[in-house]
Design a protein around this ligand. Structure first.
Ligand code: FES
Length: 111
């Protein structure tokens, strides 16, 4: 099993979950109640599955495709280490991956 940590937008809640090799990060997040919409279900047409990868883990991910980069340009609150979770497949190389759910995806802070 591969451990993944989801950090809430405010950084206060951390949930550690386990996924299997080949699982989609988006599906794993949704299975554990993380507030990622993933409206287009992995078709790279929505960017609501956007997560912010911990900077120290970012280099372990395979690089984003051009299409993914284009969608990230449109994602609310995207940062240098943002990725679309629907494009990330778990492998043993990603053991201990930490990602943050962006505040904009939760829309709960009234900013
Ligand atoms: Fe729509 Fe990832 S689910 S881009």
């Amino acid at each position: 099993m591969i451990r993944v940590r989801f950090v809430s937008a405010d950084g206060l809640a951390v949930e550690e979950v386990e996924g299997a090799d080949g699982d989609s990060l988006l599906r794993l997040a949704q299975a554990h109640g993380q507030p990622l919409e993933g409206t287009c279900e992995g078709a790279m047409a929505c960017s609501t599955c956007h997560v912010i990868v911990a900077p120290e883990d970012f280099g372990r991910l395979p690089p984003a495709s051009e299409e993914e980069e284009d969608m990230l340009d449109l994602a609310a609150g995207a940062t240098r280490t943002s990725r679309l979770s629907c494009q990330i497949t778990l492998t043993s190389d990603l053991e201990g991956l930490t990602v943050r759910v962006p505040a904009e995806a939760r829309d709960m802070r009234g900013r």
